[in-house]
Ligand binder design. Structure first.
Ligand code: 13P
Ligand code: SF4
Length: 301
């Protein structure tokens, strides 16, 4: 641990804070976190947290979800402008208009949405539970899946369940090409290709397994295979390598980087714990409706 990390650990105790970090953020941030996980795992942790302060090392929608699930906590997003371009592709107003046009549809929102958008939908999902959530909708009921057309199509194909899709996507995962996968396979013969389901369906079809980031970590831990090509944001490689010293992990080329996930720094976390800002605040009406959609997701068995 460096001096800054030690200072953060001290402040964390003083502030009765819990630090949650996404698998994509830089490793020094993962090291000072109480919990590191994918979007679903972070939501579940936030729902169970009884800390006075929650520090979210990730992007805004993750901090908003933590605030929904832990409304009495002070939720800090140390880098206030760490957003998710995909979350901005479906506004609450646009989703309300879509509801008016498709009144019979169940609207499922990927958790990568703003709280204002979650407030307009029936249920949320993450990449870790999307198949379960889609399957929970009664057969024959039309579904509108938003904002990620890639995740929607990948789930639809696996479940053989037609859906209507929004036209959004994660620009980072959408930019992963078949050629990048083929080049990596040629360079690392025999390595298994793990891909995130935010990638385009034809690229997912060229990989061996589509998994959330948490799913990748679990799969690798339990697998007998020794080498893996990782087709998602490169931040996850730190944790994969750290937790699996006997195994090899190869990134795609060019490297897949989400610049929003890389905005947060240790200095920002330290300052946020000192100043107790920037805080995430949600209007009570939006929060109540958005929480319903997130709770339905967590409660779906
Ligand atoms: P998961 O970690 O839930 O798989 O999501 C990836 C992602 O892009 C989060 O922004
Ligand atoms: Fe959003 Fe994609 Fe970055 Fe995840 S990787 S935060 S989906 S832009």
């Amino acid at each position: 641990m460096n001096k800054l990390q030690e200072e953060i650990l001290r402040l964390k105790v003083e502030r009765h804070a819990l630090i949650l970090a996404h698998n994509y953020v830089d490793f020094p941030l993962q090291e000072i976190a109480d919990f590191v996980g994918d979007s679903l795992e972070l939501s579940v942790k936030a729902a169970k947290a009884d800390a006075e302060v929650l520090v979210v090392c990730g992007v805004r929608f993750m901090a908003e979800t933590a605030k929904l699930l832990s409304p009495h906590a002070t939720v800090l997003l140390p880098c206030a402008d760490a957003g998710c371009p995909m979350a901005d592709m479906a506004s609450g107003d646009a989703v309300r208009a879509a509801r008016a046009a498709m009144p019979d549809a169940t609207i499922i929102a990927y958790v990568n949405t703003t709280a204002a958008t979650k407030a307009e939908v029936d249920i949320c999902c993450t990449s870790g539970n999307a198949e379960k959530i889609v399957s929970s909708v009664k057969k024959g009921t039309p579904i509108l899946f938003l904002p990620d057309r890639n995740l929607g199509r990948n789930v639809s194909r696996t479940l053989d369940r037609p859906m209507n899709y929004w036209s959004g996507c994660c620009p980072i995962h959408d930019a992963i090409t078949l050629e990048m996968i083929e080049n990596a396979r040629a360079k690392h013969p025999g390595a298994e290709v793990l891909i995130h389901p935010e990638c385009r369906p034809e690229v997912v079809a060229a990989a061996d397994r589509a998994l959330s980031t948490g799913g990748m970590l679990r799969y690798v831990r339990e697998s007998d295979k020794k080498s893996f090509i990782i087709a998602t944001e490169c931040g996850i490689l730190f944790r994969l390598r750290n937790e699996n010293p006997g195994k090899e992990f190869f990134a795609l080329e060019p490297a897949v980087v989400c610049k929003d996930m890389k905005k947060i720094t240790l200095e920002m976390v330290r300052d946020a714990l000192i100043d107790l800002k920037p805080q995430v605040e949600l209007s009570p009406d939006v929060a109540e409706m958005a929480l319903n959609a997130v709770r339905r997701m967590i409660d779906t068995k």
